[in-house]
Design a protein around this ligand. Structure first.
Ligand code: NOJ
Length: 729
């Protein structure tokens, strides 16, 4: 019987390494200690050649710093480069302490999986554990032993470009995914008995709340919602044993996180039990000056180190000022010693003192299994948003007009934050259609930058499109946003897709063409017009190395789409923030909370997604409708596949606390389970929901489950109607 995932609880424990760490710490000079808390970015290796390594290093160069023990970690990839750097650290520095090699491995390393917001649409933590295991192995083989991932910032404002990197709006889904990813990254290498890489979750904390979706901007939120929702994925990553956390750039509730002892120490360590080390985000220690909470760099270093930032990423501030701070004041000396202990513990936990050098495994890189997994995950990440009159699946024997620059752009298929992918042979929708011998003609349809086509060019190109469409049996219109519109520093004030694309679609519809639109994007977009005009609409996201093949699999019926939205798709940008777990209003939202010029409803709700099958919910039973706060609610749901093809259904459960001492959401996700159904079959799905998921956060930040009456909603998405009462005693 399919059941659901559960959260685990086994934070990283540094205590087994304590004696070795202490022994080493006692041998270290202050300068060497400061070296350990310094992360250098040496990603551009122009000039770091054999010849350079062989010659006496210039003072201040990376080799010089490594030899002097002034570097604890570097941002760098490349098996040979990292091996050479490690050799210098291990063989030529006084104490031979190995380096950490950190890198951004956000959705795969060489094999690229869909963007994380896309893979969250699988609602399948176990497959994401696998993707990260593959990513970890590829990264390890490329000289990396620490990943700046998973990115798990909860986000309910898709104007923020980095929404692409996270798992969407819901704390439970994001927490389960966070745990799976941490476990996947920290998979143990059977050759060494130690994890391939350390996972560094980010960006702690509240970064996804940046006001107006403007990257790096300040965030303000009440502490109840912060703790109840936004903090949950970080706490989950801690529980899964993540060895590292990255602090975020932003101001949160009146404090710069990089300077916040409250968030970095009291909450992260003392409350969540984090035992690893915290690295700052890039340059953010020095940015305390721009925030005007530090007067100079020494001040910035003192604030960050005492707040709980153990390692300074790339600003050089610790390197330049911590030695003096150490000597100035025992408070700083203690903080620096503690930071060094945490970093060394992780180095021991990774087995770097025994196995400082990664092994190169060419068979890990873009292996047939990882490519197959990328295709499977891309298929499972695709969300079928519309399928009017059974437009999909398309008939493979017919001829199609494949339309759109996005259908022929590798970079845009891959998505944001894929730093090492271009060396791989991946294919676009056009490439996949060629390889699959589909009958089609291609037209670029629109430029990514609308201004490139003046009115005349637009008219002549559209005419060409229309006459090509006349020769075909249908149109596959690949539309949406380029990858550069999401990711870091890529906020968007609008959420509509470019007007030229809608205009083209309108023209095709005016001529009566049947159009299947494939939407590529890195955020929740306000795609109302595309959705109204298209006969079918498949949300593909930016879906990685095997994205093109996966799109073909979905639209031509080689798989039955099963993705579900991990974030609400708004009707209009002005509705932001909009999500499924809004608190109740005293007056019905549909009537009083609506906009004068827009519905209060989203375009597509959280959890939404169609398939080619009709699924019927035959009923649900709660086995223990009265339970205690430390019990588990046991629910059984019968679902039926009324179609003649197999389907995967994600059964979702939401709850409402009927009467509570503080306001609570109208409904909120509390469990889900995926079930595979053969054609014309029924299955009983078990949902085991720990009562702790029905908790609320009191004004004084106690997470408690109150006794009383609750309502459980079960079904296909967050608007599901089937409801059952239960009571917590
Ligand atoms: C800044 C980004 O915010 C962070 O996510 C990334 O890991 C670092 N740069 C290093 O590339």
């Amino acid at each position: 019987m399919p059941t659901q995932n559960h959260l685990i609880k086994a934070p990283f424990d540094p205590s087994p390494y304590a004696d070795m760490v202490e022994e080493l710490l006692n041998k270290m000079t202050v300068a060497e200690k400061v070296g350990q808390i310094n992360l250098e970015c040496v990603d551009d290796f122009e000039g770091l050649t054999e010849w350079n390594l062989g010659s006496p290093a210039e003072e201040g160069s990376i080799m010089d710093k490594l030899r002097r023990g002034c570097v604890g970690a570097v941002i760098c990839r490349g098996f040979e480069k990292n091996t050479k750097l490690q050799q210098i650290a291990v063989k030529e520095s006084r104490l031979g302490i190995p380096l950490l090699f950190g890198y951004d491995v956000i959705h795969g390393h060489r094999t690229i999986f869909p963007i994380p917001l896309g893979t969250a649409s699988t609602w399948d933590p176990s497959i994401l554990e696998k993707t990260e295991e593959f990513a970890a192995k590829e990264a390890y083989s490329d000289g990396i032993n620490w990943v700046f991932a998973p990115m798990i910032d909860l986000c309910r404002d898709p104007r923020w470009g980095r929404v692409a990197e996270g798992a969407g709006e819901d704390p439970l889904l994001a927490s389960l995914i966070a745990q799976a990813k941490v476990k996947g990254f920290q998979t143990v290498n059977p050759d060494t008995g130690y994890p391939y890489v350390a996972a560094g979750f980010k960006h702690y904390c509240g970064y996804g709340l940046s006001e107006g979706g403007r990257d790096y901007d300040a965030c303000s939120i009440n502490e109840q919602t912060l703790m109840m929702d936004y903090m949950k994925p970080y706490a989950a990553a801690v529980d899964a044993g993540a060895m590292n956390a990255m602090s975020s750039f932003n101001v949160l509730n009146g404090e710069v996180v990089t300077a916040s002892r409250y968030y970095l120490t009291e909450i992260l360590r003392e409350k969540f039990g984090f035992g690893g080390f915290v690295v700052s985000d890039y340059g953010s220690v020095a940015e305390l000056i721009e925030h005007r909470v530090a007067g100079d760099l020494k001040d910035a270093a003192s604030i960050a180190i005492t707040a709980g930032v153990d390692m300074d990423m790339a600003s050089g501030t610790y390197l330049d000022h911590c030695e003096a701070l150490y000597k100035d004041d025992s408070r700083f000396a203690e903080a620096i010693d503690e930071a060094v202990r945490r970093i060394l513990s992780v180095k021991f936990a990774l087995g770097l003192f025994e196995h400082p050098y990664n092994e190169e495994h060419p068979e890990f890189t873009a292996s047939s299994e990882s490519i197959e997994l990328a295709r499977e995950v891309a298929r499972k990440s695709a969300v079928l948003l519309e399928n009017k009159n059974g437009t999909l699946p398309l008939d493979k024997s017919k001829k199609y007009l494949l339309l759109g620059q996005l259908a022929d752009s590798l970079r845009n298929m891959i998505g944001t934050w894929a730093l090492c992918s271009p060396e791989l042979p991946h294919h676009t929708v056009k490439g996949a259609m060629e390889e699959g011998n589909y009958s089609f003609v291609y037209h670029v349809g629109y430029p990514m930058d609308e201004s490139e086509w003046d009115a005349d060019l637009r008219a002549s190109q559209f005419d060409e499109v229309l006459s090509l469409a006349d020769e075909c049996d249908g149109v596959i219109f690949v539309c949406g946003e380029p990858e550069s519109w999401s990711g870091e520093c890529s906020g968007s004030a609008t959420l509509e897709i470019p007007g030229i694309q809608t205009e083209l679609l309108r023209k095709l519809k005016e001529k009566g063409h049947r159009v299947t639109s494939v939407l590529m994007c890195g955020r929740a977009v306000a795609c109302r017009e595309i959705s109204e005009l298209s006969d079918a609409l498949l949300l593909a996201w930016h879906n990685g190395s095997e994205g093109g093949a996966a799109v073909c699999d979905c639209i031509f019926g080689d798989c039955n789409p099963s993705g579900r939205l991990p974030i609400t798709f708004p009707y209009h940008v002005g509705q932001i923030p909009i999500h499924h777990a809004l608190l109740s209003s005293g007056r019905p939202r549909e009537r009083y909370g609506r906009y004068r010029n827009c519905t209060a409803e989203p375009l597509y709700p959280f959890g939404y997604g169609l398939s080619y099958s009709e699924i019927r919910y035959n009923g649900a039973v709660i086995d223990n409708p009265t339970l205690s706060a430390d019990d588990t609610l046991r629910v059984r749901v019968e679902i039926e596949n009324l179609s003649d093809i197999p389907v995967c259904e994600t059964v979702q459960a939401y709850f409402k606390d009927n009467v509570s001492s503080v306001p609570t959401p109208e409904r909120k996700l509390c469990g889900f389970a995926k079930a595979e159904l053969a054609p014309h079959s029924k299955v009983e799905v078990a949902l085991l929901i720990p009562a702790s998921r029905f908790a609320l956060m009191t004004r004084d930040l106690r997470e408690i489950v109150e006794s009383g009456e609750f309502t459980l909603f079960i079904g296909h998405d967050s608007t599901c109607k089937l409801s059952l009462p239960f009571t917590i005693e």
